[in-house]
Design a protein around this ligand. Structure first.
Ligand code: NAD
Length: 332
């Protein structure tokens, strides 16, 4: 099949998913303009692409409408990844502002250019729904407004509704992708990157492995290449337009077992022991609500996008462990 070469605008290009998606799109021969304010991403993540003839990097903010007005006018698709992620125990203003206003600004650009818009959403929108596995047309169960972590899910639900409303009123295609815990090279090395980042760091440095709650909460971590295949298929395939997709693997694991598996994978003697930390200790006495099970139904992504996660959790974590070990040694 001959794939038409596209001109793609990626927001959040220097972040974890953005930088991996950039490599994929350039390898496939597309032209890319990438924006990032480098608040959470880094030039290090995209350094190998900065001189690529088909790539232009703009250090800038998706809240900056003057910058957005000056962008090229010939994009075929905008892949909107820039966002502020989960505010675990406070500081929800950035999350709410960037994920609402920033997304609105990028949707306005798509409206002006009449180009396709791919939105990064999250599995967190399902909240505490008991309907496992989560289906795209299922219910979303968001908790107490006094628990700051829900600001993220609410901001992404707002984005989803806004994008679908723009599609209906202004007649351009939108695709919504709900990612399930992606991990791999270029992941952020703090909690921002997910528990696996922190656990690997603890194992490498013989520190206690902090687990919030009793560690029985489950996730289905997804190796980054599998996430990127999902974003790519959604970007390229017209069949995806107007749809919402779960993008994830389906090997469910408890957070406690994740820590044990990573210790096994390290293959090194480590003195790291798990430390269970009650939620109220971490949240400075404020109420916290966790998602106890998170598993996607992937049948829609398989049927329409033609994708299925290929990397086993063990193999993906092994690659990620090796990557993080190398990065940590370089930093030392
Ligand atoms: N990684 C995951 O597992 C996961 C899961 C669910 C949803 N998502 C969503 O996917 C997208 C990408 O996630 P990620 O893991 O790569 O996160 P990330 O934080 O690594 O990347 C986001 C990038 O956006 C940039 N950014 C933040 N605010 C900006 C602004 N105002 N203007 C310009 N750039 C800005 C950051 O500097 C960063 O490089 C996000 O929308 C996130 O909510 C990711």
């Amino acid at each position: 099949m001959i794939i038409e070469k596209k001109k793609i605008l990626i927001t959040g290009v220097a972040g974890f998913l953005g930088s991996n998606f950039l490599v994929k799109t350039l390898n496939e021969g597309h032209r890319v303009v990438g924006i990032d304010n480098l608040s959470m991403g880094s030039l290090q993540n995209i350094k190998n692409s900065l001189d690529h003839e088909n790539f232009e990097f703009i250090e800038g903010d998706v809240l900056d409408t003057t910058l957005i007005d000056r962008l090229d006018e010939d994009f075929d698709v905008i892949v909107h990844l820039a966002a502020f992620k989960i505010p675990r125990y406070g500081n929800a203003v950035d999350t709410l502002k960037i994920n609402s206003k920033g997304s609105e600004n990028m949707l306005e650009l798509a409206r002006k250019l009449k180009c396709k818009f791919v939105l990064a959403s999250t599995s967190d929108v399902y909240g505490m729904s008991p309907d496992i596995p989560f289906k795209e047309d299922g219910n979303c169960l968001i908790g107490d407004s006094k628990v700051p972590r829900w600001a993220y899910a609410v901001s992404k639900l707002f984005d989803e509704h806004l994008a679908l409303a723009y599609m209906e009123d202004y007649d351009f295609p939108v695709v919504i992708l709900r990612f399930f815990g992606s991990y791999g090279p270029n992941q952020n090395l703090s909690w921002w990157g997910g528990p696996q980042s922190v656990f690997i760091d603890c194992i490498l440095n013989n520190k206690e492995i902090p687990i919030h709650g009793d560690g029985q909460q489950t996730r289905t971590f997804t190796y980054v290449n599998d996430t990127i295949e999902g974003i790519y298929a959604a970007t390229m395939k017209p069949e995806a337009n107007g749809e919402v997709f779960n993008i994830g693997a389906n090997e469910e694991i408890t957070i406690l077992d994740l820590a044990t598996l990573l210790k096994e994978i390290s293959g090194e003697p480590t003195t790291s022991e798990v430390k269970l930390i009650p939620y109220n200790e971490i949240s400075a006495g404020r109420k916290y609500q966790d998602v106890m099970r998170r598993v996607p139904d992937n049948t829609k992504a398989e049927r329409i996008l033609g994708i299925k996660a290929q990397t086993s959790l063990k193999e993906g974590l092994r690659i990620t462990f090796e990557w993080q070990k190398k990065v940590s040694l370089q930093k030392a």
